[in-house]
Design a protein around this ligand. Structure first.
Ligand SMILES: Cc1cc2nc3c(=O)[nH]c(=O)nc-3n(C[C@H](O)[C@H](O)[C@H](O)COP(=O)(O)O)c2cc1C
Length: 296
């Protein structure tokens, strides 16, 4: 008897190990499989979203989706109209392609911006141009907030510098900080006060359809990024400069400051103006076409 009661702690220990093992096995079976890179085609998967892109498009609930279908349904009646853009002789195409490349090859990210005023109509046209971008299912999921009010610019600067200081000191790794040191960017962003305009570009992660239901904004981040590229080209075309910035972790505070709705997330912040007379840029080289193009 004494021998048996001496064994009890061992029985309890073995029993506990078996219970824990059984529980771990149960959890493994419940856990969904990690994506393998192959297309997931279960009914729960976001059917049209490329797994590689990690698209954060917000998909409406089933009932909202039905409403969404109705919304697109009306577009089936959309008339098609003739389209005949100008067609250029080959020599002219060559010249135009060379000229446009030369113009765009002069584009640089400029962190020294003059306070000189810029006509508001020019900014309006630049944004009109950005709004010509293609978008998933023509959802046009962008909002361009133009800030010229000095107090609001200063509040933006305060938020960005607050967050950027934490980014540089804590959130970014050593390698990131070292990479940025090459181009001499720090968390101090004087240009946010100085530039005559700050453009804050928001992606609408979903839209609001008639009746207040959510409307899917397919590939909204790609669509808005394409639009930003066109915007940068439009600025270059009129001799204005900017520096592309994606201020880490500033989105929520800036969204509240600018009173943007919950479906909008900050994608880019562009200070815009003429370059200051003593502006400098890092002496970067671009990859030659052979290194960026594969012709098959
Ligand atoms: C998505 C993106 C984010 C960027 N974020 C910043 C930024 O936060 N601060 C900054 O000074 N430059 C930023 N840049 C600018 C890059 O540093 C710059 O484009 C790069 O050094 C090449 O120089 P270039 O634009 O003069 O050709 C960003 C550029 C891109 C495309």
């Amino acid at each position: 008897m004494t021998f048996l009661s001496g064994l009890t702690p061992y029985f309890i220990a073995v029993f506990c190990v078996l219970v824990v093992g059984f529980w771990i096995q149960l959890q493994r079976e419940k856990k969904p499989e990690e994506p393998t890179g192959e297309t997931v085609s279960t009914s729960k998967a976001r059917r049209w979203v490329d797994q590689d892109l990690q698209d954060d498009t917000e998909i409406p609930a089933k009932n909202d989706e039905d409403d969404d279908d109705d919304d697109h349904g009306s577009e089936l009646d959309l008339p098609h109209v003739p389209y005949a853009p100008p067609r250029y002789p080959v020599a002219s195409m060559l010249e135009r392609s060379q000229d446009f490349y030369s113009l765009m090859n002069q584009r640089r990210s400029v962190r020294f911006i003059s306070p000189e005023p810029v006509p508001r109509e020019v900014i309006d046209n630049v944004i009109r141009t950005a709004g010509t971008a293609p978008s998933g299912a023509h959802t046009e999921p962008w909002t361009f907030v133009v800030v010229s009010d000095p107090d609001t610019k200063h509040e933006i600067r305060t938020i960005v510098e607050d967050e950027e200081e934490v980014n540089y000191r804590q959130r970014m790794g050593n390698k990131w900080v070292k990479d940025l040191a090459r181009i001499r960017t720090t968390w101090v962003k004087e240009y946010l006060d100085v530039a005559p305009y700050l453009l804050l570009i928001f992606k609408q992660t979903y839209g609001i359809a008639s009746g207040g239901k959510r409307k899917t904004h397919y590939y909204n981040e790609i669509s808005v990024s394409v639009s930003c590229g066109i915007l940068l080209a439009a600025l270059q075309n009129v001799g204005l400069v900017t520096v592309t910035s994606t201020p880490l972790n500033c989105g929520p505070r800036l969204r509240v400051l600018l009173q943007r709705p919950a479906n909008e997330k900050l994608l880019m912040l562009l200070p815009v103006g003429y370059p200051s007379h003593d502006a400098t840029v890092p002496d970067l080289k671009r990859k030659p076409v052979e290194d960026i193009m594969v012709h098959i």
